[in-house]
Design a protein around this ligand. Sequence first.
Ligand code: IPD
Ligand code: CA
Ligand code: CA
Ligand code: CA
Length: 282
Amino acid sequence: NEMYSKQWEGCMEIAVQTARTAGQVIREAFKHEKEVSTKSSPVDLVTETDRLVEDLIISSLREKYPSHRFIGEESSAAGEKCLLTDNPTWIIDPIDGTCNFIHSFPMVAVSIGFAVNKELEFGVIYHCLDENLYTARKGHGAFCNGIQLQVSKETDMSKALILTEIGAKRDPATLKIFSGNMERLLKAQVHGIRVIGSATLALCQVASGAADAYYQFGLHCWDIAAAAVIIREAGGNVIDTSGGPLDLMSRRIVAAGTVEMAHYIAREIQTITYERDDHNAN
Ligand code: IPD
Ligand code: CA
Ligand code: CA
Ligand code: CA
């Protein structure tokens, strides 16, 4: 109903303000030397800015919405479940593209998604360096800096530009599936495959129609929560790599402008298994 919808509209305005403030901090830090440490593996990197920005985002939102729940990458202890309850829940990636950030490769974003009753209500993704703000609220369309977004209508794989990401697992078996998946798409004569180092910004390219599809294994709920709303509201499809509905906690996604392309990719690619974000909990 209208009041229900209005309530989350206010939250979304706050999300936009918060993402812009966080983006400013990241933009400033981008120019300076970064203090880098590793988390679960030598390629799982974090900087002091990731933690600082997440604290800033969560503390300012918590002050306004003390009863809400928060899932954030840097405050989720390693191995801890991300339990999505029916309560209003903010799902936050303070810096998406940490490796880019460390190398000063300018594809870095703040991602804030919001779910109620386990349903995504809105998403905000801020490309900190280009200052592009992607926003979408369920039922109200998707926008970049206020301009409405529309996904690509391409159904033909041999005319497609595809995005993917590499993920954290580098063992031989995983690499074999990863390159096998790429090989199958290349054999379908796709125009190109790109890896830009930011799942959220890759998904925003699909929402904008600049890329026809995206797929990845090994990402987390904070990589896809905001982007899923943005793609859906831009007329696109987000599904599980099995071909079924998207599962926020499953660590995998296929997104595409058209249903045909989403299902083609889901059919073609082989699964790389990662432990779920919710560890099979209900
Ligand atoms: C990562 C980036 C990367 C994707 C990884 C993510 P982070 O997020 O989005 O492109 O391949 O799966 O974990 O760690 O930079 O927030
Ligand atoms: Ca990370
Ligand atoms: Ca991320
Ligand atoms: Ca991150």
